[in-house]
Design a protein around this ligand. Structure first.
Ligand code: PEP
Length: 261
């Protein structure tokens, strides 16, 4: 049985002050939510937040008494150097964040991050002892021209180049996020999301073997809300959700964590 992984991606929202306020509100929601508390304690569900780098330390401190995962939204592949504006994996590890999002579509499409760069980052994160969430997904144009599977296959295989069959499932999580569904209010239907997540699991099986594929966590992301979480999570190959907008409010995110169970 794979663990459910419910993650928020805050993008460029929430300053350190707002982060502190959010976790004060989230602590109350957690306290009131017996099902989420139990699921985390029983090892059935993980709840994670990927936050802006300037708010990482505040998030770690503010969430200190809650069993939450805190991660960074990006990290450079070099340990240090002349890379103005970037943060490195050792920096993320030093503040005790445990996960890093890699290759989010906003990194790929706004900042022109390539598959080769995501691969270098994936290795930097996992070599640095942290867990990486590799985001993959097609644009609307790619979907409409029948290229979705090829795009996702390329992002998956290039992003995971030189990973091995034995440790990939422990070190890596995959998030399928169709670009046309991110921040648009257009969710992929549960069946469409499942079709691609199953395709990713089959790719993992062909590349790393069935044992790895069966253990690998695959998330869906793209306009996930409390109302559509249960149907998305009912699909066999979807183990969790990556949530942008609806993770910014404590009440909606705790409902997503509840409805995922
Ligand atoms: C995201 O940022 O990864 C995302 C899926 O955003 P939203 O839920 O707002 O579509």
């Amino acid at each position: 049985m794979r663990k459910k992984f419910i993650a928020g991606n805050w993008k460029m929202y929430k300053s350190p002050k707002e982060t502190k306020e959010f976790f004060a509100a989230f602590a109350k929601e957690m306290d009131a939510s017996e099902s989420v508390k139990k699921a985390i304690a029983d090892g059935v569900e993980d709840v994670a937040f990927f936050v802006p780098s300037i708010s990482l330390t505040t998030a770690i401190e503010a969430a200190e008494n809650m069993p939450l995962i805190i991660g960074a939204e990006n990290a450079h592949w070099e340990k240090c150097g002349a890379f103005t504006g970037e943060i490195s994996v050792p920096m993320v590890a030093e503040v005790k964040a445990s996960h890093v999002l890699i290759g989010h579509s906003e990194r790929r499409h706004i900042f022109h991050e390539t598959n080769e760069e995501t691969n270098k980052k994936m290795h930097a994160v996992t070599d640095g002892g942290l867990r990486a969430v590799l985001c993959v997904g097609e644009t609307l144009e790619e979907r409409e021209s029948g290229k979705a599977h090829d795009v996702i296959k390329g992002q998956f295989l290039d992003g995971l180049k030189n990973f091995d069959a034995h440790t990939t499932a422990e070190k890596v999580i995959i998030a399928y996020e169709p670009v046309w569904a991110i921040g648009t209010g257009k969710t992929a239907s549960a069946q469409d999301a499942e079709e691609i997540c199953k395709f990713i699991r089959d790719l993992a099986s062909d590349t790393f073997g069935t044992e790895c594929a069966e253990k690998l966590l695959i998330l869906y992301g793209g306009s996930v809300k409390p109302e559509n979480t249960a149907s998305i999570m009912s699909e066999a190959d979807i183990d969790g959700v990556l949530v942008g907008g609806a993770s910014l409010k404590a009440e909606s995110f705790i409902k997503i964590a509840e409805n995922a169970l």
